[in-house]
Design a protein around this ligand. Structure first.
Ligand SMILES: Cc1cc2nc3c(=O)[nH]c(=O)nc-3n(C[C@H](O)[C@H](O)[C@H](O)COP(=O)(O)OP(=O)(O)OC[C@H]3O[C@@H](n4cnc5c(N)ncnc54)[C@H](O)[C@@H]3O)c2cc1C
Ligand SMILES: *[C@@H]1O[C@H](CO)[C@@H](O)[C@H](O)[C@H]1NC(C)=O
Ligand SMILES: *[C@@H]1O[C@H](CO)[C@@H](O)[C@H](O)[C@H]1NC(C)=O
Ligand SMILES: *[C@@H]1O[C@H](CO)[C@@H](O)[C@H](O)[C@H]1NC(C)=O
Ligand SMILES: *[C@@H]1O[C@H](CO)[C@@H](O)[C@H](O)[C@H]1NC(C)=O
Ligand SMILES: *[C@@H]1O[C@H](CO)[C@@H](O)[C@H](O)[C@H]1NC(C)=O
Ligand SMILES: *[C@@H]1O[C@H](CO)[C@@H](O)[C@H](O)[C@H]1NC(C)=O
Length: 508
């Protein structure tokens, strides 16, 4: 009752809301009254915590600028699913667009920044965080780890939200053995365009297919996932060995390109390329092995002896410690840090992605090193595919990057001064141009999780097919067409829209 009281008071005393906003507020508060909720779930631009809540999970200072063209009219912070239903129903009725935010990691800020002149609100799911793990059935219901012997094959950054991450694919250090996060979804609960709650059984197989890799934002608001947990051994082994170009890094990288995807699926070795203070490129081979050092050393002798790995270079740990390590924490930190959602990186960044099907030639790599040396705050992460990823059909879920890929590249550049934005984004776009001959072709594929608006965008609240087909094919290949069919069936009015949402037929 308290909130409703406040809402009506402020409606009386504030005259500058548009008719649309007033309509929404009245609609939303009457829904709240019905569900007898008294806590604060709606934040207006005049609320004292508007700015801090909006900024709370922003990972990229490129979108922190409060003079950005369009900020949300309201932020809804549901702690019950009925709040999501009310927000959807009332937004639709009063023509407000919706952006849904879980972890706020979207690389182009699409979960919290809108298009100029398109009024929108943000549904921020940070209050829906409870996880219940059901070990007997090896599955977990996650809203938005309890055992040392069960893991979940998701990403390595502890602040990533489950909404965007799982619905966009989601890979982590054990994905060569168990597949993507999206490959391990057993059930999901979603609020659809009519404000209805659907689960796997009631949403139908097409929609359940679409939200496992097609991006949730085109289809509704997912508020719960049931996930398959996977067994992990009690002892895992981690190593990181680094070599500069002078120390022969390029020769090792060339070898890695040909074996990284063929290694035993218990062994994950990714390669990170970065520029050192000494103005050279350094390649770090960072690895997680599902087993002890005793078994790892002979495996490495057999498949990658050039790396010269010795047991002194290895650290044994349990699963949770490895999660901490790949999230950038010391393995001795308390597990509490995993639950701390404060932003670690505060600067600006721009990223792009590629898939590689043929090893890049030595000349190709030399040109790459030369360009990296022009930009000292850049890095590349090369993630090996193969293993389980090659066994799952490329139409099983919308995520299409399966057999035939050696590895994925993430290009990244970071900076701290706003005025330098054009310089750094220009650099990464030129690098991407340079890499064209070495990347996958027809289409030059990209990972949805590393969203890149350079690939094309929907405009003015609607979609140009010619444009959508470009980024659609890059992210989803032949699955794009089925995604458009599902979208047309479940949201024919194209209500769930963003700059890279799946369009509807007939394609405009
Ligand atoms: C530091 C960092 C590390 C990363 N590490 C990895 C990694 O190891 N592996 C990997 O695969 N990816 C990784 N990513 C990429 C990450 O998976 C994607 O950015 C993902 O979209 C983030 O999900 P989110 O919920 O945090 O983002 P958000 O910005 O909240 O959402 C991203 C998109 O999903 C939509 N969305 C969010 N929640 C919902 C929901 N509940 N229902 C419907 N739609 C929703 C949003 O509207 C938006 O379109 C990383 C990103 C960052 C910034
Ligand atoms: C916010 O408050 C100011 C000052 O009280 C008022 O002028 C303005 O109209 C209000 N705006 C909204 C959107 O409530
Ligand atoms: C509504 O909330 C009030 C205050 O918390 C409580 O006393 C009352 O029983 C609730 N009514 C219903 C129908 O849930
Ligand atoms: C913020 O964005 C606006 C418009 O995009 C731009 O003109 C301005 O320079 C940016 N920077 C700051 C610090 O406000
Ligand atoms: C495991 O799943 C079965 C069937 O889905 C169910 O009947 C059973 O209660 C579940 N076990 C637990 C511990 O929840
Ligand atoms: C591996 O460990 C050995 C022995 O401590 C050390 O000499 C060597 O430099 C390490 N290798 C790398 C690549 O770090
Ligand atoms: C779509 O785009 C056109 C042209 O940019 C614009 O006039 C129109 O209002 C937009 N919206 C819809 C729903 O057609």
């Amino acid at each position: 009752m308290l909130l409703i009281f406040i809402l009506f008071i402020s409606l009386d005393s504030v005259t500058s809301y548009s008719g649309q906003e007033k309509g929404f507020l009245q609609c939303f508060s009457s829904h709240l009254e019905q569900s007898n909720q008294t806590s604060q779930v709606l934040i207006t631009r005049n609320s004292s915590d508007y700015s801090s809540v909006w900024k709370s999970s922003i990972r990229n200072a490129r979108f922190l600028n409060t003079s950005t063209p369009n900020l949300p009219r309201f932020i809804i912070t549901p702690f019950h699913v009925s709040h999501i239903q009310s927000a959807v129903i009332c937004s639709r009725e009063y023509g407000l667009q919706i952006r849904v935010r879980s972890g706020g990691h979207d690389y182009e800020g699409l979960s919290y920044v809108g298009e100029a002149d398109v009024p929108f609100l943000v549904i921020d799911l940070f209050n829906l965080r409870s996880i219940s793990v059901d070990i007997e059935n090896e599955s977990a219901w996650v809203e938005s780890e309890k055992s040392k012997l069960y893991g979940f094959p998701a990403g390595s950054c502890s602040t990533v939200g489950v909404g965007g991450h799982i619905s966009g694919g989601g890979f982590g250090t054990i994905f060569r053995k168990y597949g993507l996060a999206a490959d391990n979804v057993i059930d999901a609960k979603i609020v659809d365009v009519n404000g209805k709650i659907l689960c796997r059984k009631t949403m139908g197989k097409d929609l359940f297919w679409a939200i496992r890799g097609g991006g949730g934002a085109s289809f509704g608001v997912i508020f719960s996932w049931r996930l398959r947990l996977v067994p992990v051994p009690s002892t895992l082994t981690l190593f990181r060995v680094r070599y500069t170009l002078e120390q022969g890094a390029s020769r090792l990288l060339q070898k890695w390109q040909t074996i990284g995807n063929e290694l035993n699926e218990d062994l994950f070795i990714h390669a990170v390329l970065e520029v050192t203070d000494a103005k050279t490129v350094r390649v770090s081979f960072v690895s997680l092995y599902l087993g002890g050092t005793k078994n790892l050393i002979p495996l490495m002798q057999e498949s990658f002896p050039e790396l010269g790995l010795m047991s002194e270079n290895c650290t044994e740990m349990d699963w949770i410690q490895s999660v901490l390590y790949f999230a950038g924490f010391s393995t001795h930190d308390s597990l509490e840090v995993l639950l701390d959602r404060t932003t670690q990186f505060k600067g600006f960044f721009k990223a792009k992605s590629d898939y590689v099907e043929e090893p890049i030639s030595e000349t190709g790599l030399d040109g790459l090193y030369k360009r990296l040396l022009e930009e000292k705050t850049s890095y590349l992460i090369l993630t090996p595919y193969g293993g389980k990823m090659s066994e799952i059909s490329d139409t099983e879920i919308p995520f299409p990057h399966r057999i035939g890929n050696l590895y994925k590249i993430q290009y990244m550049v970071t900076w701290n001064i706003e005025d330098e934005s054009a310089k750094h984004t220009g650099w990464i776009r030129r690098l991407y141009e340079y890499m064209k001959p070495y990347a996958s072709k027809a289409p030059r594929a990209a990972y949805l999780g590393y969203r890149d608006l350079d690939l094309g965008r929907n405009k003015n609240g609607n979609t140009s097919y010619a444009q959508a087909n470009i980024w659609g094919l890059k992210y989803f290949k032949k699955n794009f067409r089925r995604l458009v069919q599902v979208k047309t069936a479940v949201d024919p009015g194209n209500f769930f829209w963003n700059e890279q949402s799946v369009p509807v037929f007939p394609l405009k």
